[in-house]
Every structure is written in structure tokens, then in C-alpha cells.
Design a protein around this ligand. Structure first.
Ligand SMILES: [Fe+2]
Length: 385
């Protein structure tokens, strides 16, 4: 996150003595990425953050691959994913490769009996249904329908839901997730042509410091295994921090679409980037205004990328028989385009209400056993007239 942010108390000079009222020291921790070259924050703990009492058994969370090599376009019925009580158990990977695991979750209960961190991957949670609070040791972020939550790897968090009806699209990224570089100047400030600006971000707030010793269950995802550890002090014991490495939120409803006289290509919808995939937001917008424009997209061959679209709301202009919660996958190797009738029907239309999240990966996505359970099986034939 290229904005300096701070919460709570910390010493004026880094790496110097910071005393509690009883004269003892707070414990400083550098929370950084990419060695010492990436974004980092400096945290001050009440207790040493290194106190581990027990390490229990680990559970293998690796996705079960059903089809590693394929060329079939797919449609998954996302809302057929069954709700589960536990947040981590509810997460079902659907499409995966060595760079990213994309999945769906319908968690019912808040995370209260343990804390969690993903040390393998940055996490993107897109909130399709539900409200609540992302609680982290750097502060809290209230979330609602349409929010992207970006949680950098190693971030200790809990998630609290206001009710039991929650639907989440998630991506575990093995590369850092950033906003597109082309929208930032050399200092990191978002430029005037960016479809969003710093004011749109939801930064952590309401830092809560727990000075508690005891036994605190921490579940840590590492190398695809979920490790169970017992910490000796409350993980949310940070009294203050500052820096650039922290979780944040961004609402898809705050993405300002870029439009033109003729059809604009998918990169105008880009919201996040990594070295291996992009995340795009397709938002309600005015259509192209050239007198002869065709608002629906042209057929296209994504020669070197797989394209996954998650449908959130509204009528998707280029598709028939698509509903909220559906996922389409258009794999590399074959062209795809508007469904029969939609190309012609788009002419003369003034606006679209479509809302969707697209993830394009440079390496092919493998399909999991979870995906096979909700695959409609016939989508690949849906272009035949
Ligand atoms: Fe496409």
C-alpha cells in the first residue's frame, strides 16, 4: 500500500527505547516484504511477538486437482457452494496455478476461537454478500458488499461477520498485490487518470491493544499446510505502528470506469496487478458514443492468458444465461467473445449496469475437484448458433 499510515503510539525515533509506564520496554518488530526492499511497517508490541508455547499437527490444505490440462470454457454456479460455519473450512479453491489460488467461500460464523495468518500469499477477499469487520493487529476495517480487502502475507487477522449470509470470492496470491504502476507517479501518488484515488481506500482504524498472557491458538498457512500453534500472549498486542505494509479495503463501487467513443479494452478495468495476474472491475458505465460503435466486445484470443470472470450483479452485456455468483473461465488456446445475439443487441444501448470481477492469469489455471462439483458442463457449446 503506497500510503504512509500510522495508528497508536510509538517513539519519535525508530529503533530507540520506547518505555511503558512501568519503565519496561515495548518490543519493536519490523513487518516487511521482499527482504528489506519492499514495503514495511514498524510495530510496537506489549509482549515479545516470538513466544510460541506449542506447535501441533498440520493439516494439508493443498487444492485437489481434477483437471490440470484442458481447453474447455467453463461456467461454475458459484452460489451452489455450500455454506460452512468456519471461515477457513468454508474456503474452496476452484481454479489454481503456481501463482494464485482462486476460490469461493460462504462462511457463516465469525472467527473467534483462533487467529489466522497466511504466510504463503497475499489475500484478496471480495465481499459479494455480507457485512462485518476485518480485525488485524494493525487495526480494523469494516467491510460491506462490493469491498475488496487486500491482506498482505503474514498479517495476523480474524474476520467478524454481522450475520450468517456471506459470500466471498477470494484469491491467494503468491506474488504481492499492488495497484497498477501506470496510475502512480514516481513518488507513488495516484495520478489524475487513475480510476481511483487515495481517498477511496479504507485504511485500518480503531487499533485495539490486548495486554493478555495465556494460550492463544494461531493457525498459520505455510507451503499449503495449515499449522496449529499456541502463542503465549494475545496476538493483537500492538500499541502503535507506522509504515506502508498493512491491510486495506477498496470498494468496487468507487471504481470510476474509463469510457470512450469506441470499445475500450480490458486493461481500462484493471484495479490490481501482480507479476502473474491482474484483477479488473467491470462497473456500471455509459457505453461507447461513436455513432457507429458496437458496445459489446469483439471476439478475442487471449493467447497467453486464462480469463476468469466472476459475475456480481446486473445483466452482463456480452453473456446470456449468466447470474450473480456464476464464474466463467475462458482458457487460453481458443477465442471467445459475445454470445450470439448480444453483439447486435448492444448497438444503440446507452449504458450497462453490469458488475463483475475479472482475474486474468498469464499461466493456465487448473480446475479443482470443488470446481467440477459446480460446473454446468455445457457452457463451452453456448456460442453455437
Ligand atoms: Fe474476454
Amino acid at each position: 500500500m503506497p500510503i504512509y499510515h500510522k495508528l497508536g503510539a510509538f517513539p519519535q525515533k525508530r529503533h530507540t527505547q520506547f518505555n511503558k509506564t512501568d519503565g519496561t520496554l515495548y518490543y519493536e518488530q519490523l513487518f516487511g516484504t521482499i527482504g528489506f526492499d519492499g514495503m514495511s511497517s514498524l510495530l510496537y508490541h506489549v509482549h515479545r511477538p516470538t513466544q510460541i508455547k506449542e506447535i501441533g499437527d498440520a493439516i494439508d490444505m493443498s487444492p485437489k486437482i481434477a483437471e490440470a490440462k484442458h481447453i474447455k470454457s467453463r461456467k461454475l454456479i458459484g452460489f451452489d457452494v455450500a455454506p460452512k460455519d468456519d471461515f477457513l473450512e468454508s474456503r474452496e479453491p476452484m481454479m489454481v496455478n503456481g501463482d494464485v489460488h482462486i476460490g469461493l467461500a460462504a462462511p457463516k460464523k465469525s472467527m473467534t476461537s483462533y487467529f489466522y495468518k497466511n504466510s504463503d500469499a497475499d489475500e484478496m477477499l471480495f465481499i459479494h454478500k455480507g457485512t462485518g469487520t476485518l480485525k488485524t493487529y494493525l487495526g480494523n476495517i469494516p467491510f460491506e458488499y462490493g469491498d475488496y480487502l487486500i491482506i498482505p502475507r503474514g498479517m495476523i487477522y480474524q474476520i467478524e461477520f454481522d450475520n450468517e449470509e456471506n459470500r466471498i470470492l477470494f484469491a491467494e496470491s503468491f506474488h504481492p498485490i499492488y495497484t497498477p504502476k501506470r496510475y502512480r507517479n514516481w513518488f507513488g501518488q495516484l495520478l489524475e487518470h487513475s480510476p481511483f484515488c487515495e481517498r477511496d481506500y479504507k485504511l485500518p482504524q480503531d487499533l485495539q491493544t490486548h495486554d493478555e498472557k495465556g494460550e492463544f491458538v494461531m493457525k498459520i498457512k505455510k507451503q499449503g499446510m495449515l499449522h496449529h500453534l499456541v502463542y503465549a500472549s494475545h496476538p493483537f498486542d500492538v500499541v502503535g505502528w507506522d509504515g506502508y505494509n498493512y491491510p486495506y479495503g477498496f470498494s468496487i463501487h468507487n471504481f470510476e470506469p474509463i469510457t470512450g467513443r469506441v470499445h475500450q479494452p480490458p486493461p481500462v478495468h484493471q484495479t490490481f496487478e501482480t507479476n502473474a495476474f491482474v484483477i479488473c472491475s467491470f462497473c456500471p458505465r455509459m457505453y461507447d458514443y461513436h455513432p457507429k460503435s458496437i458496445p459489446a466486445p469483439y471476439n478475442h484470443s487471449n493467447i497467453d492468458s486464462d480469463e476468469m470472470l466472476y459475475y456480481v450483479d446486473g445483466d452482463f452485456m456480452s453473456r446470456t444465461d449468466i447470474s450473480p455468483g456464476h464464474i466463467s473461465l475462458h482458457p487460453a488456446g481458443i477465442p471467445h467473445g459475445p454470445h450470439p445475439g448480444t453483439y447486435e443487441a448492444s448497438i444503440g444501448k446507452k449504458e450497462t449496469k453490469e458488475l463483475a470481477v475479472m482475474i486474468d492469469t498469464f499461466k493456465p489455471l487448473q480446475l479443482t475437484e470443488n470446481a467440477m462439483k459446480i460446473d454446468d458442463g455445457k457452457y463451452y457449446k453456448s456460442w453455437v448458433e
